[in-house]
Ligand binder design. Structure first.
Ligand code: GLN
Length: 492
């Protein structure tokens, strides 16, 4: 079969169960595509071909026994922030260029236990700091829709791999938009779960109170399948929540939209820098949802202006603390011939971290320093609470909140935005992490340059099933999620 990469997760699962093809054939098919097409896209940092075939053969044995998990034998790619035993985990950094984790992240372990086949590790902004994946030590990844554009970030490799059909699904992480924005830039569906739904154990920390892993795929249904595998309580992550996990696939239904109250925040649609095409596509998608029975309600989210400054204090503060472990002593990059301990620390960190990571360590250290702690960090925490309350108030009157996922479509590679310009591009995604809420991106059309546009729906806590169902129903009534970039049409 030459078109195995066109099948959805449900179709792959059924095909494997009915022995229409084996996991080995499917895995070889993807490995061939990666070998031929990824040199143009550059989504993979590491391809684990040999290991993948071993895993595929094991899945084929399980499938023959008739007791395999629904996803057994299906390949996936992991963001290179999830620790993988025996396989390099770089977090996109020179600091971890040669780091091999002695254990698997819980997300990776769960995927393995379900029989999913790891194709490899995909590119990302260094330590997940960025919105373009250009800050990776391993170089930029191309957007499959236009290779001279970025795939977004920080989970840009995950998005590009799926959009170019170099993996049927991928894991991502979202600290301030890193699943939703690259999903938006690459025309994919991506879910940022409620904080605590997916274990952070073995996921290299950026900002621990904001970090959350989640699925990136072609459709809400595909995301639901991966959520069924990765969600759940984990005793190894003290912030993971011990709450029953939905069956996200079984919960998909065709009745989520009728009578659904969708809040449209006035402030969001007046943001300077909101691209006219993005605005138009998002508004058209809302009109479509209205036709399908949703009720659009104008709401206020008065804290909108505080999102960027609040996040860009809290995230760097936590990052400066989390990244202090990379000191050249225990693991990671170590400078050559240090003259003394101070020199070892200084040069290992200056040489091992890229510019954006160093900028954030400096900002965060400053915000946490004794003299400025109250003025910056404590104040930001108070504003964070106000932002959360703003959402909770809104949810008294609406079921979900609609927004663009990003004010623009994908930037050109090398556009060289200033840090503040780049940070402003995160306006629509940051508050969700600050409040710990779940949110989803769904593709809703293209701009004048044929680059994908995404709609974001923000839900109340633990509403993952609802968000997936809304998008699923939208996708049953539209075909944006079925559009493929030209490069994905290429055969290997
Ligand atoms: N773009 C945001 C940042 O640079 C979000 C990144 C993320 O979610 N990991 O911090």
């Amino acid at each position: 079969m030459t078109d195995l990469h066109r099948l959805s997760i449900r179709e792959l699962s059924e095909g494997l169960k009915q022995a229409q093809f084996s996991s080995r054939e499917l895995t070889e098919h993807y490995l061939k595509r990666i070998a031929k097409i990824d040199p143009k896209v550059k989504s993979y940092v590491t391809v684990t071909a040999e290991q993948a075939l071993i895993e595929a053969d094991a899945a084929d044995v399980a499938l023959k026994s008739g007791h395999a998990h629904a996803l057994a034998g299906i390949p996936l790619a992991h963001k290179d922030i999830f620790c993988t035993q025996g396989i390099k985990t770089t977090a996109g950094s020179k600091m971890l260029d040669n780091f091999i984790s002695p254990y698997d992240a819980t997300v990776v372990a769960k995927a393995k236990a379900a029989g999913l086949v790891t194709l490899g590790k995909v590119n990302m902004d260094e330590f997940a700091m960025g919105s373009t994946s250009e800050s990776s030590y391993f170089g930029a990844t191309g957007n499959p829709w236009a290779l001279d554009h970025v795939p977004g970030g920080s989970s840009g490799g995950s998005a590009a791999a799926v959009a170019a059909d170099l993996a049927p699904i991928a894991t991502g992480t979202d600290t301030g938009g890193s699943i939703r924005q690259p999903a938006s830039f690459c025309g994919l569906t991506g879910l940022k779960p409620t904080y605590g739904r997916v274990s952070r154990f073995g996921m290299i920390a950026y900002a621990s109170s904001l970090d959350q892993g989640g699925p990136m795929a072609r459709s809400a249904e595909d995301c639901a399948y991966l959520m069924n595998v990765i969600a759940g309580h984990d005793a190894k992550d003290s912030t993971s929540v011990n709450k029953e996990v939905d069956d996200y696939v079984a919960n998909l239904n065709g009745t989520a939209v009728k009578g659904l109250r969708i809040g449209i925040p006035k402030q969001y649609f007046n943001v300077a820098g909101l691209d006219a095409d993005v605005k138009a596509r998002v508004e058209e998608s809302l009109k479509k949802l209205e036709e399908m029975g949703a009720i659009l309600v104008e709401i206020d989210l008065n804290m909108t202006e505080a999102y960027v400054p609040t996040y860009y204090l809290i995230a760097p503060a936590e990052a400066s603390s989390n990244l202090s472990r990379f000191d050249g002593v225990r693991y990671g990059y170590r400078c050559e011939n240090p003259v003394d301990l101070m020199d070892l620390y200084k040069r290992s960190r200056s040489e091992g971290f890229g510019a954006e990571v160093q900028r954030r360590i400096l900002i965060g250290t400053y915000a946490l320093s004794a003299g400025y702690y109250d003025a910056y960090y404590v104040k930001a925490q108070k504003v964070r609470r106000l932002i959360q309350q703003d959402f909770l108030k809104a949810f008294e009157n609406v079921d979900v909140i609609a927004a663009p996922s990003a004010p623009t479509t994908a930037y050109k590679i090398g556009a060289n935005l200033s840090p503040t310009e780049m940070y402003l591009g995160d306006i629509y995604t940051l508050a969700v992490n600050l409040a710990g809420l779940p949110a989803i991106n769904a593709p809703v059309g293209f701009d004048k340059d044929s680059l994908p546009v995404g709609l974001q729906l923000i839900g109340n806590y633990w509403s993952e099933s609802q968000l997936l169902s809304i998008v699923h129903q939208y996708q049953q009534n539209t075909d944006w999620h079925t559009k493929r970039a030209a490069i994905a049409e290429e055969n290997a």
